[in-house]
Design a protein around this ligand. Structure first.
Ligand SMILES: *Cc1c(COP(=O)(O)O)cnc(C)c1O
Length: 365
């Protein structure tokens, strides 16, 4: 028998979340953001469920190639654009749309020999200071692109730094609007958090929205709001089993470094999941976990291949019990990945992407 650990990707949840994104987009088209191998879910595993999207957005040319091999003939957008001139040949060959965020990319385009003019998304740095032209130089970049025979469509794009938090997006929307007021072209602004929290504003919805994390059923603004608030369904479940049970007396400790010590008699389950499976090591004691669909906690340090859970108040649990590290337990109880991530000082995004190669994955309806 293989080691009892398994990740399950729920097709129904992916479809449900995409439908929800489409509803909130109110007619704007939807990019399914599938960068980082579909946020750790696997491009090939999400593809069918996301066929209903208007396009796929990602970063890596090799991932774009995989999408074309899967038979996707619709739009594909490279969110960081090209990294060197010859990437433009791949764009021409595969019909990829690409972000343009810097003068060098325009230089490369101007030298590029192609029969098929490109569709580009001109990226404005409206305040995040990561990628894009500053507002004062945006129009000049647009004019340069517009003069190139290598370019036919120019869409206008920006990205928000605080759509999930108290600062919000108003300051960036204002900068973007002011600098694009009389420019033609489709617009794309909203990530998941903007689509969930700020989509009453038609300017925020624009012509294309770009949800990522919400499609995978994780709340971008946890702990302010969780999946149940937004109606999202977690698309990944990580389960393992209890492979040993230990009975502790007061004063006994658990795991490396003896960081947890029992102050009364306890029952502890050893679970076949560790940090080499992508489970976070930084949580230590008190990270939430489900055993047989009931909520309990981890104890002590996470090892490479195992972790300990508190079974003291779960008399029906024992050797072989199903352990849900995140996602949906067999009894329907949900443990959102962002809750586990928060206990370890990180976010759902990182936790999903961290799922290790060695964990077998199944796709389920
Ligand atoms: C990753 C990314 C998104 C999606 O972000 P989520 O927070 O996962 O919705 C959208 N736009 C750009 C430019 C991105 O890099």
């Amino acid at each position: 028998m293989p080691r009892p650990i398994l990740a399950t990707i729920h097709q129904g949840a992916l479809r449900h979340n995409l439908d929800l994104a489409r509803e909130r987009a109110q007619g704007a088209r939807v990019w399914a953001v599938v960068k980082a191998n579909a946020y750790g879910h696997g491009m090939e595993r999400v593809f069918e469920a996301f066929r209903g999207a208007d396009g796929f957005a990602l970063l890596d040319l090799a991932e774009a190639e995989r999408l074309r091999q899967l038979g996707w003939r619709g739009p594909i957008l490279l969110l960081e654009g090209v990294f060197e001139p010859r990437d433009l040949e791949t764009c021409s060959r595969l019909g990829l749309w690409h972000a343009v965020h810097t003068d060098a990319q325009i230089d490369w385009l101007s030298q590029h020999k192609t029969q098929t003019p490109h569709h580009v998304f001109l990226l404005m740095n409206s305040g995040m200071n990561r990628l894009g032209f500053p507002p004062a130089r945006y129009r000049a970049a647009w004019a340069r692109l517009n003069a190139l025979p290598q370019v036919d469509e120019i869409a206008l794009m920006t990205h928000f730094s605080d759509a999930d938090g108290p600062r919000g997006i108003a300051h960036q929307v204002q900068v973007f609007e002011a600098a694009t007021r009389d420019l033609p072209g489709e617009r794309s602004l909203a990530n998941s958090a903007a689509l969930l929290r700020h989509c009453a504003d038609a300017r925020v919805r624009g012509d294309w929205v770009r949800p990522g994390i919400l499609l995978y059923g994780s709340a971008p603004d946890y702990p302010e709001n969780g999946v149940s608030h937004w109606g999202l369904q977690p698309a990944m479940t990580l389960t393992a089993r209890v492979i040993a049970v230990q009975h502790l007396q007061a004063g006994d400790s658990v795991g490396y470094g003896s960081t947890f010590t029992a102050d009364s008699a306890m029952t502890v389950g050893t679970v076949a999941c560790g940090y080499a499976d992508g489970y976070p090591r930084h949580g230590g004691t008190d990270t939430p976990v489900l055993v047989a669909g009931q909520r309990t906690r981890t104890l002590g340090r996470v090892s490479m291949d195992m972790l300990a859970v508190d079974l003291t108040h779960l008399p029906q649990a024992g050797l072989g019990s199903e352990v849900t590290l995140w996602g949906r337990a067999a009894n329907g109880t949900v443990l959102p990945v962002e809750e586990v991530a928060a206990a370890a000082g990180t976010i759902g995004y990182e936790q999903l992407c961290a799922l290790a190669q060695r964990v077998p994955v199944v796709v389920q309806e």
